[in-house]
Design a protein around this ligand. Structure first.
Ligand SMILES: NC(=O)c1ccc[n+]([C@@H]2O[C@H](COP(=O)([O-])OP(=O)(O)OC[C@H]3O[C@@H](n4cnc5c(N)ncnc54)[C@H](OP(=O)(O)O)[C@@H]3O)[C@@H](O)[C@H]2O)c1
Length: 250
């Protein structure tokens, strides 16, 4: 009997860090479902990563807005009867907004909480019944902003993931499922900053590191691959900073 590859679901896998995680997990022998809202972009990434390894179905695109509970059905359908070995909750980002009225403040905060917390909660909850027991893995992508501020509602939303991760790790520990947070510092070569980044902003962030460079998506993917891998079964409920030393020891 041919053994089926392990299955990972990576949200936001069409771009940046998520695409690097998907590529890395394919290299580690996983089939990967990448989830995001922009179908064309997602399908192009899935095709490119599958072509790279010469395996048609190595990466499959699933189009869903993970803030909408109804759209989680598409992810469940794509998983079908398979066991999910790893859920990598990478979708998210900083959403700009105004705080000049309470109505605007509420909209700005809700948008950031939806994009960064609800996306992870809904995807993880949707896939919990399918997670491998024992041995499943849940990873949450936070941010250095959760540990040192600087992003208003984005910082608060990412920090919320930490508290939830601790509860989820306690809930799933008896099933030998680990839950961990990866907290990136400044990572270039993604869509995260859009047109917000300036040469001065880049230089300031690089200068804040101890290693004198910006992070790249593969730096973060390496941490995710470790946590998802078989040697990390005794690591759970942890926050792993991958930030070039910009924030120390927490
Ligand atoms: N780059 C950095 O410096 C940095 C630093 C710290 C933390 N992070 C975190 O790392 C993660 C990845 O960011 P990145 O830098 O790779 O930026 P990115 O290229 O903008 O990736 C974000 C991904 O999330 C997807 N996404 C956003 N909202 C979604 C939703 N509602 N439903 C489904 N998918 C959604 C986006 O795809 P669609 O738009 O097609 O849905 C996109 O592929 C994010 O959580 C970010 O907050 C990044």
């Amino acid at each position: 009997m041919v053994e089926q590859a392990r299955l990972a679901v990576v949200s936001g896998g069409g771009t940046g860090i998520g695409a690097a995680v998907a590529r890395g997990l394919v290299a580690d022998g996983f089939d990967v479902l990448v989830v995001g809202r922009r179908g064309d972009l997602l399908r192009a990434t899935a095709r490119r990563l599958s072509d790279e390894v010469g395996r048609d179905d190595a990466v499959t695109a699933v189009v869903a807005d993970l803030t909408d509970p109804v759209q989680l059905g598409a992810v469940r359908d794509a998983v079908g009867e398979r066991t999910v070995d790893a859920v990598v909750n990478n979708a998210g980002g900083y959403l700009g907004g105004a705080a000049d009225t309470l109505t605007a403040t509420a909209a700005w905060w809700r948008a950031n909480l939806d994009a960064n917390v609800l996306t992870a909660v809904l995807l993880t909850e949707a896939l919990l019944p399918a997670l491998r027991r024992p041995g499943g893995r849940v990873v949450l992508l936070s941010s250095i902003a959760a540990q040192r501020g600087g992003g208003g509602p984005y910082s608060a939303a990412k920090a919320a993931l930490h508290g939830w991760a601790y509860d989820l790790a306690a809930q799933l520990g008896p099933d030998q499922i680990t839950v961990n947070v990866v907290s990136p510092g400044y990572v270039a070569e993604t869509e995260f900053f859009g047109d917000r980044m300036t040469p001065e902003g880049h230089a300031k962030r690089v200068a804040a590191t101890l290693v004198g460079r910006a992070g790249v998506p593969d730096d973060i993917a390496a941490a995710v691959r470790y946590l998802v891998g078989p040697s990390a079964g005794y690591v759970t409920g942890q926050v792993l900073g991958v930030n070039g030393g910009s924030v120390l020891g927490r």
